[in-house]
Design a binder for this molecule. Sequence first.
Ligand SMILES: CC(C)(COP(=O)(O)OP(=O)(O)OC[C@H]1O[C@@H](n2cnc3c(N)ncnc32)[C@H](O)[C@@H]1OP(=O)(O)O)[C@@H](O)C(=O)NCCC(=O)NCCS
Length: 308
Amino acid sequence: MEVRRARPADRQRILDISAQIWDGYDYVPLMLDEWLAGTAGELLVAALDGDVAAFSYRTWVAEGHAWLQGIRTDTALRGKGLGRALTERSIERAWADGARRIGLSTYIDNHASMHIVESFGFRRMASFVYLEGDLPGRSEPEDTGVVPLSDGEAIRVIGRSDYLAAANGRFPWEWKFLSFDWSPRTAIAWAPYRIGIRRDGEVVSALCASPGSTPSDAAFLSFLDGEPDDLLALLRHAQADLGAAKWEAMMPKDGDRGARALAVLRDSGLRSWSGFSEDVFSYELDRVPALSREAQNVEGRRVPDDAG
Ligand SMILES: CC(C)(COP(=O)(O)OP(=O)(O)OC[C@H]1O[C@@H](n2cnc3c(N)ncnc32)[C@H](O)[C@@H]1OP(=O)(O)O)[C@@H](O)C(=O)NCCC(=O)NCCS
């Protein structure tokens, strides 16, 4: 078996492998040109006797924080160690490129994937309910005291929210997750549409979302938290502003407010694939602290201070 960087000539084979899963609804074909260009990450393939049999992609979610995604093995060639080899190589290359943390997400039924990453020491750090569907459309926002939030306000309200506590500090954007305290500014940049409701000068409820890049794309709801009566008003306002044909969301479930936000989204028409139970897991692996590697450093080479 050979693991190597993908080449343009591998394109069709990668598309064929991707077409085998999820009734052809894999997102890989939409990303493949960008992945092959390699500007924001690295696409690896595993080949058996020279034929591409599996692939996976590695990119970044924030400075020092690598992200693994899109691992696929030809259905006829599973169980031969290709997924494991790609994962191992991706981890090595992420560390070599300066990552201090590697993240990835899995859906609840990706048992092989969870088995592989757990065997490399990845830990499940947060669980979310994946939601998708339409929100009732409105042409004009209601006058409910909804105001745009500045970066600073958004960071403050998210940082101390029940939502973030229930998500164990992880902030979502589509199927990627970032520890909010790793880089709050990177996290909120994922959700440039931010609105809130202020009472007595305090933001008491907020919604953060990203519009799709084209009108037919889904808008993604990264954050919804606040007083019960405000949640629906924020959602309706967002839908009136963004006019999205479809919405997707990742919501933590714990706590009264999490449960309430989930209920509002369910009542507004969003659907879950799993009966509104937690079905998406965020996994992370942190780099071994420099100290223990220094102890192994038999050649006495200097370990950089920031290697931890
Ligand atoms: C995940 C995937 C890439 C694994 O590829 P693979 O080449 O078969 O992986 P490997 O042969 O290296 O390893 C499979 C491991 O999973 C284990 N495994 C397989 N099915 C399993 C299951 N249902 N439950 C638990 N473990 C399972 C195997 O026993 C093996 O473990 P081992 O190495 O300890 O013996 C492949 O299943 C796939 O393409 N799935 C569809 C796409 C997908 O779900 N991607 C992940 C999105 S997060």
